[in-house]
Design a protein around this ligand. Structure first.
Ligand code: SF4
Length: 442
């Protein structure tokens, strides 16, 4: 731990103050999580039994936190990451526990505001805030953090977090499709691999890397199976599918895979029996843009699926959602070189993050969106942007033009980590759903 005088950004906050704020936010968050889960259950009363597992594991300050704490006491290392460009396979291959740590808590942004201006994206301000008071169990338990420098906010966040933990930055090249970029990215991952090995005192051998890739292949299969199920009439509500997706970021991934397969078995049975989660003519919505992170930032999914008229989220294009486990590592030969190359490619090439650019204007993102829109028969897209998130905001016009051409309505919705705009957003979301409903009925 550094002395306060050595810290680059962090400000002094007394232990007493930190504890008081932490306890107050923790108590409020426990209530929020319970309330949101109850609301999800209410709008899908005949939900499958297998969903209960995900509601339980979604609760922070509970089972999963205790499990990770116990694993740490037995000598395991925990490696947190802030963004989906962090290679999970390398963490697993070193017998460490991966956890995503970007914060979805609203109240800690006020603490983050003491260090960075309010114009900064709320994910960043909240992550700073939770670190200041030790609120996030997974951030607190992390022995080191992988921070891909995808945007300005994430870049400076990594410096701020390095005041309290070892931070390993990963610098993704902004242009993906060139030999130099791929070479550079592989070197970045090679450096990262050495750091992981040093922290965990575990050599990432070919055998270990192969086992980790196979674990993640199974997770991707389960993940894709769930997404496949969402293609036709709604057999699962979007919020529930989003929660399943998101719990993969802190759960034990093998157990998560088994539980997701169990859920898919139940859902497929329901498809055969035509038991729908909501009426099949409910407007089908996609959420694109800045991430919706559990627990507090469930604002938009709640509004869409509790609106009048109701919408159902059949797809999202969020780094916290449908994109997360979608792409498998494509290995040709199970040699160390080939596997390593395949891991590097998997995290760079399919990524549709707006931090990338190309002559054709991030065509990968456009292709991803249009393919999902067609496959999931999306009626309309809500383009969700946090104030301060320049990358998603700036790409809006590009995406809107593409969606206009294929006649899919898109609605730009900017928000922040606050509960104060719920009423105003509700009115806007309902007007959009009303318009989608009239198109569906036409
Ligand atoms: S939401 Fe936008 S600004 Fe915030 S961390 Fe993600 S990409 Fe960066």
């Amino acid at each position: 731990m550094k002395n306060s005088s050595d810290k680059k950004y962090s400000i002094e906050i007394s232990q007493k103050e930190a504890e008081e704020i932490r306890n107050a936010i923790k108590a409020a968050s426990l209530k929020v999580m319970d309330e949101y889960i109850e609301r999800m259950k209410k709008s899908w009363p005949n939900r499958p039994e297998a969903m209960q597992y995900f509601y339980d594991i979604a609760k922070f300050f509970g089972t999963r936190e205790r499990e990770i704490q116990e694993a740490k006491e037995e000598g395991k290392k925990v490696i947190g990451y802030t963004c989906m460009l962090a290679p999970i396979e390398l963490i697993l291959a070193a017998d460490a526990i991966p956890v995503r740590v970007s914060s979805g808590f609203y109240d800690p942004v006020k603490l983050g505001n003491r260090i960075v201006p309010v114009e900064v994206c709320p994910v960043v301000r909240s992550t700073i805030g939770v670190e200041m008071i030790g609120l996030s169990p997974y951030l607190k338990l992390s022995d080191a953090l992988i921070t891909p420098l995808t945007c300005d906010g994430m870049t400076k966040l990594s410096e701020i977090l390095s005041d309290s933990k070892p931070v390993w930055t990963l610098y993704p090249p902004r242009l993906k499709d060139s030999e130099q970029s791929m070479f550079f990215w592989r070197e970045e991952l090679r450096t990262l691999k050495a750091k992981i090995e040093k922290l965990t005192r575990t050599k990432i051998t070919a055998k270990k890397l192969k086992a980790a890739i196979e674990i993640m292949h199974k997770a991707t299969r389960a993940f894709r199976r769930l997404q496949e199920i969402r293609k036709d009439a709604p057999v699962i509500m979007g919020r529930d599918a989003m929660l399943v997706n998101q719990t993969s970021m802190w759960d034990d991934i093998k157990r998560w895979t088994e539980k997701t397969e169990e859920l898919c078995n139940e859902l497929e049975r329901r498809i055969r029996e035509k038991v729908w989660a909501c009426p099949p003519d409910t407007p089908r919505v996609m959420i694109a843009g800045s991430p919706a992170i559990w627990p507090d930032n469930w604002k938009l999914p709640n509004l869409v699926e509790e609106a009048s008229p109701q919408g159902v989220i059949v797809a999202d294009e969020l780094c916290s959602g449908d994109r997360f486990l979608f792409d498998p590592v494509g290995v040709d030969e199970w040699t160390m070189d080939d596997m390593f190359k395949a891991v590097a490619e998997r995290y760079l090439l399919p990524s549709t993050c707006p931090c990338f650019t190309s002559e054709d204007g991030n065509k990968d993102r456009v292709n991803w969106l249009t393919a999902r829109i067609e496959e999931r028969r999306v009626d309309g897209v809500i383009y969700h942007v946090f104030r301060g998130c320049m990358l998603y905001a700036m790409e809006y016009m590009r995406i809107k033009r593409v969606l206009d051409k294929i006649n899919v309505p898109v609605y730009y919705l900017d928000t922040d980590y606050t509960r104060e705009d719920v009423g105003q957003i509700k009115t806007r979301v309902e007007a959009f759903l009303e318009m989608l409903k009239s198109r569906v009925e036409f």
